[in-house]
Design a protein around this ligand. Structure first.
Ligand code: 16G
Ligand code: ZN
Length: 529
């Protein structure tokens, strides 16, 4: 290790004394001014992780749907997954070491994680459109360089694009080319293959209005224009040329406020969707003729995917195990519909993409979505091989055709992480192939009335949960109080959990009417104090 160089560079990216931050569900997130040292150190950590795994590691500079003034950073593991939990601890340790302890901390991590400091290291970097992102990614580069790592800076990319690049690189091109062109070509080819039959039968062009949250999604959709399937006519709104990132728009805003974003004029029954600030989430919506707003969230996207994939799997006649993974926030009506009507097993896990992704890996076809619109589908290697072989060799026409559709779905879906652009194309393809309107999709089931509140408490960590965050084990007595409140209402449930990204406790309630859901959430929030 170049000790003098490390001293010099860490002085350029000094840690504010006493500041401690934690690598949480979404990596590090904070006000951008507080993150220089974090970025420098995460560049270093990526080098160590690369040496430990012998693979390329990703570093993404973004704070997703958070305000423009914030920023954040996440590491991407070799196959495009989130950083392994065992390394989150090292990330936190390195982030919080005082400047003079930096070298010692790196040595300690290398010992604990058996990192050979002599090995080569390679890191891919990406960033979102925040004004602070460029400079912060420069600090990441400094961190990589000081430990002797190689890097490739992709500059402005969506979070899922960076995940894709890392996966392509580490699978020697099996997943695709690690370039933006490779990504656009892979998606547009699979999409066109999927819908070409419907088009020859005279299907009209699809129209879609997209709110890009004034973020990276707009840039990437513009870049994709030459590749973009002509079958879908898109109109981009909130492209970042006029307004601030995520301000009164984007997937998170639309989901939380259950209303259309600013800057998108919506006529009755027009199809619309919103990306979030780094384009890893998507929600759909429309306004009916009476002017009522209808949100189609991650739960309904998971339902659409499930129906479609289940039908195809039945057609190819293979016993492939399919399941849906949700979190406690999934609307109870979606869970019931999936289990009873679609008849697919549903599993509930803790909030955070890594938990959903991990669980979905247990199945041949694992569909996961958070209600907030982050999700994707994972196909096991065995399932993928079977499907590709059937698509090529199966004698029975109907079976072979179904296998081909599945094969194109595999190529269209970004299996590394939720991806707004890819999910949008999957949705548009399914709606086209099934001849469904947004209204028909929305009508599959009706959400139970629900309410999500946040409560400020002295110390949110006193609340500990179990059963995928659906029950509180501490403080003593809290769960009993919630149980008693839930009993007062029909068709109700409620839970509390400490947020992993804000200093608040979240309270969620469902009940038979909106008034009751509101009342239950309110009463539970009083029990939390
Ligand atoms: C992060 C998670 C998201 C989760 C949210 C919950 C990732 C990439 N993102 O944004 O999946 O829904 O946190 O936030 O895992 P909360 O803990 O504050 O409720
Ligand atoms: Zn995001």
């Amino acid at each position: 290790m170049d000790v003098e160089g490390l001293k010099k560079y860490s002085a350029l990216h000094p840690k504010p004394a006493g500041l401690t931050l934690q690598y949480g569900t979404a990596g590090f997130r904070s006000k951008a001014q507080q993150l220089e040292h974090i970025m420098f150190r995460m560049g270093m950590l990526a080098v160590l992780r690369s040496r430990a795994t012998g693979a390329t590691i990703g570093v993404m500079v973004t704070a997703s749907h958070n305000p423009e003034e914030d920023n954040g950073v996440k590491l991407v593991d070799p196959l495009g997954e989130m950083l392994h939990p065992s390394w989150e601890e090292y990330a936190t340790q390195l982030a919080n070491a005082e400047d003079q302890e930096l070298q010692k901390t790196v040595t300690e991590i290398c010992q604990k994680a058996a990192v050979n400091q002599q090995k080569d290291a390679s890191v891919f970097i990406g960033r979102d459109t925040r004004p602070s992102s460029k400079e912060l990614s420069q600090a990441v580069i400094d961190g990589i360089s000081i430990l002797g790592g190689q890097y490739h800076d992709y500059g402005l990319v969506t979070t899922p694009q960076l995940h894709y690049m890392v996966c392509c690189q580490n699978t020697q091109g099996q997943y695709g080319e690690p370039t933006l062109e490779g990504y656009y070509q892979k998606l547009s080819k699979a999409f066109t293959e999927l819908i070409k039959k419907s088009l020859s039968s005279g299907e009209a062009q699809r129209q879609l209005k997209i709110d890009c949250a004034n973020g990276i999604g707009a840039l990437k959709l513009a870049e994709m224009e030459t590749y973009f399937p002509k079958e879908v006519q898109i109109q981009v709104y909130n492209d970042g040329t006029k307004e601030k990132l995520n301000h009164l728009c984007g997937a998170d805003f639309v989901k939380v406020h259950q209303k259309p974003p600013k800057g998108l004029d919506m006529k009755p029954n027009e199809s619309c969707c919103s990306f979030d600030g780094d384009a890893d989430r998507i929600v759909y919506y429309y306004m009916d003729t009476a002017g009522h707003f209808h949100l189609i969230d991650g739960d309904k996207i998971a339902t659409l995917f499930s129906i479609f994939l289940k039908e195809l799997l039945a057609k190819v006649g293979q016993t492939l195990k399919m399941a849906v993974v949700q979190t406690a926030y999934a609307n109870g009506s979606s869970t019931r519909y999936l289990e009873e009507t679609v008849q697919v097993p549903v599993h509930c896990v803790k909030t955070g993409v890594k938990h959903l992704h991990h669980k979905a890996q247990e199945f041949d076809v694992g569909i996961y979505f958070e209600a907030n619109g982050h999700g994707t589908v994972l196909f096991s290697k065995a399932a993928e091989n079977t499907i590709r072989q059937l698509a090529k060799e199966e004698k029975d026409d109907a079976k072979r055709e179904a296998a081909k559709v599945l094969e194109n779905m595999i190529d269209l879906i970004n299996q590394t992480v939720g991806d707004a652009i890819s999910d949008m194309l999957v949705i548009e393809a399914i709606l086209t192939l099934k001849g469904l309107t947004l209204q028909q999709w929305d009508a599959l089931y009706t959400d139970f009335p629900s309410r999500l509140l946040k409560v400020q408490v002295a110390d949110r960590q006193v609340i500990d949960t179990t059963d995928a965050e659906r029950r509180a084990v501490t403080p003593p007595g809290l769960q009993e109080k919630i149980d008693a409140l839930v009993k007062k209402y029909k068709l109700s449930r409620a839970f509390v959990r400490p947020s992993g990204t804000e200093d608040v406790v979240r309270v969620y309630a469902e009940a038979d009417t909106q008034e009751n859901a509101d009342a239950l959430a309110h009463e539970v929030s009083l029990a939390v104090y």
